[in-house]
Design a protein around this ligand. Structure first.
Ligand code: URA
Length: 238
């Protein structure tokens, strides 16, 4: 349990500088339990706090743990250059809180992307030592042969990689579609592995991280949600 003044609470939740938050409060734009609070020095218990800013309700969260159904033509980089950034799909308060994608998906890759402002969580999730499997569904340019699946499972040599990289699981789903599970997250890994095995990736979607399935989140492309404690517990390795 911890208490804080209202201006500090709003600042910590990404509503702007302390000065700006004080102005918001003094202008009568902030309500708690339906009551306008215009004294920024008032203290509130942050645990479970729900507050209203400009008629929109917010729940206090010490950290943000988000899942986004990333659409194509969005970049994961912090300084996007050719396409809009994924952060533009979230409320602007979240960017102010330094929310970052956990790892990256290419601009043309769709699917499950985690975002957070918790550095420890980002580090654990991104570390290859955690062995958290990522499931991708790739649409291929050439038919998926048994030989392709075998090659991806045995490992393929990529330029700049000292050792061959292998899929943990690889299944043919349809003539031009395969499911591939990786525990590393090297640059363009699925696309490069498919190319090294003599095929070409025409489209790519990440469908699962650990045991958390994109399908179970009920999101449409471009939509995001907060992850519950139960959903967070699914983000594990073997
Ligand atoms: N592998 C790729 O090639 N691209 C991605 O976006 C993710 C994994």
């Amino acid at each position: 349990m911890s208490k804080s003044t209202l201006d500090r609470i709003l600042q910590a939740q990404g509503f702007g500088s302390r000065k700006w938050c004080r102005e918001l409060i003094e202008d009568g734009e902030v309500r708690i339990d339906g009551e306008t609070v215009d004294d920024y020095r008032r203290e509130f218990e942050t645990d479970g706090l729900v507050f209203t800013v400009y008629d929109e309700d917010w729940q206090y969260r010490e950290h943000l743990y988000l899942a986004l159904y990333k659409p194509a033509d969005y970049e994961c980089s912090r300084k996007p250059s050719h396409h809009p950034g994924v952060l533009s799909l979230l409320p602007e308060q979240f960017a102010n809180r330094d929310v970052q994608p956990v790892g990256r998906l290419d601009h043309d890759t769709t699917g499950l992307l985690l975002l957070s402002d918790d550095g420890t969580f980002i580090h654990t999730q991104s570390s290859p030592k955690s062995h958290i499997p990522k499931v991708y569904v790739a649409t291929t340019q050439e038919p998926v042969s048994d030989a392709l699946v075998t090659q991806l499972l045995h490992g393929v040599k990529l330029h700049d990689e000292p050792k061959p990289l292998a899929a943990v699981v690889c299944n043919r789903l349809a003539e031009y579609q395969l499911e591939i599970v990786l525990e590393q997250g090297k640059y363009h890994q699925v696309k490069r592995m498919l190319a090294a095995a003599g095929n070409h990736c025409a489209a790519l979607e990440r469908t699962q991280i650990g045991l958390l399935k994109l399908d179970d989140l009920g999101l449409d492309e471009g939509e995001w949600c907060h992850l519950s404690a139960e959903q967070m517990a699914l983000l594990v390795g073997p």
